[in-house]
Design a protein around this ligand. Structure first.
Ligand code: FMN
Length: 227
């Protein structure tokens, strides 16, 4: 049976969504999952090419992947992402990057000079924030940034649909680090590249990190109107 559509206004889904970094173990029922991913298929794309590929890991598949990610991270294996990534931000971008890290570390009780605490925070990524599910989003490796835009639009469509169903999520660029493990788990060919992961499930309200709130630049500083 297809689950009933929730009646949450779009604006509420947009404004209530936050990155959640601590989940309850209960999985999302499969029929709800399928419904959510079916709705997300409505995302628009350039020439309707629909370049996204979504690989959802749950149960044993997710657990094995999590163990392998944690081993790689413990052994400090350098990441080998499929797509290039700017990791050094400058100016206003750097300011915002630091602000968002400080907001998270403050909630997690990690002081500025607490190196072990910071490492623990990074490790939480590879623990998948204890989520019962993670979806990896990918596309053909020959595509570049213009097509990745379509996958990004799909990612937000997916996260907002999840939000409407009471499912929390955290987009994770950190999941680009070891795409070979994802290809192995889903038996993918080398041509399929991995852009990011999204951990998801039901929020654990007891997790300190989930109190994190981020701010946004004033609209007038990013949007230009001209008549
Ligand atoms: C593409 C993308 C990659 C991200 N990667 C990570 C990540 O690896 N780890 C993490 O904890 N948060 C990650 N985030 C979450 C951002 O930090 C978060 O969206 C931002 O700080 C705004 O906060 P909010 O999502 O709660 O509104 C990512 C978000 C996006 C959109």
């Amino acid at each position: 049976m297809v689950p009933a559509k929730p009646s949450i206004p779009l604006i509420d889904a947009v404004t209530s969504r936050r990155s959640i970094r601590g989940f309850l173990p209960e999985p999302v029922p499969r029929e709800i999952l399928e419904h959510v991913f079916e709705i997300a298929q409505q995302a628009p794309s350039n020439c309707n090419t629909q370049p996204w590929k979504a690989f959802v890991a749950s149960g044993e598949t997710k657990e094995k992947l999590r163990q392998k990610f944690l081993e790689r991270q413990k052994d400090a294996v350098p990441g080998n992402p499929d797509f290039s990534y700017v990791s050094r931000f400058e100016g206003e971008y750097r300011t915002r990057q630091v602000e968002c890290a400080v907001a998270l570390y403050n909630e997690m009780g990690i002081a500025r000079d607490d190196k072990a605490g910071r490492l623990r925070a990074v490790r939480r990524n590879f623990e998948l924030f204890d989520a019962p599910h993670i979806v990896f989003l990918g596309m053909d490796r020959q595509f570049g940034s213009t097509i990745a835009l379509d996958v990004g639009i799909y990612a937000q469509t997916l996260m907002l649909t999840m939000q409407a169903f009471g499912i929390s999520s955290c987009a994770m660029g950190s999941m680009r680090a070891y795409p070979d493990l994802v290809r192995e788990a889903f038996e993918l060919d080398d041509q399929t590249g991995i852009l990011l992961g999204i951990s998801f499930g039901y929020e654990d309200p007891e997790v300190d990190a989930n109190r994190t709130r981020t701010t946004r630049e004033l609209m007038e500083n990013t949007v230009t109107f001209r008549e």
